[in-house]
Write a protein that binds this ligand. Structure first.
Ligand code: SF4
Ligand code: SF4
Length: 80
């Protein structure tokens, strides 16, 4: 299990979550409009959830139905 970043991050992408993640598993790049969580590194601490100003982050099991595709979108950032 891991946490997942979803739609509301797009256009916000302020990286508040990056600053609080204790294992540095949240990343973005120049071509992306959002950040992505590396499920391999995430320790499910939940710190990023409280830091996000737009409530974009959910544990995988709780991702709202319309944003389920973001589970794959986060994973693809790391697997290519
Ligand atoms: S739940 Fe914790 S470990 Fe996982 S991405 Fe968020 S801050 Fe990082
Ligand atoms: S804190 Fe929220 S809006 Fe900001 S980069 Fe992280 S997920 Fe995106």
């Amino acid at each position: 299990m891991a946490y997942v970043i979803t739609q509301p991050c797009i256009g916000t992408n302020d990286e508040s979550c990056v600053e609080v993640c204790p294992v540095d598993c949240i990343h973005s790049d120049r071509d992306s409009e959002m950040c992505f969580i590396d499920s391999e590194g995430c320790i499910d601490c939940g710190a990023c959830v409280d830091a996000c100003p737009v409530s974009a982050i959910y544990p995988e099991w709780a991702v709202p139905p319309q944003w389920r595709p973001f589970i794959e979108i986060n994973a693809r950032f790391y697997t290519g």
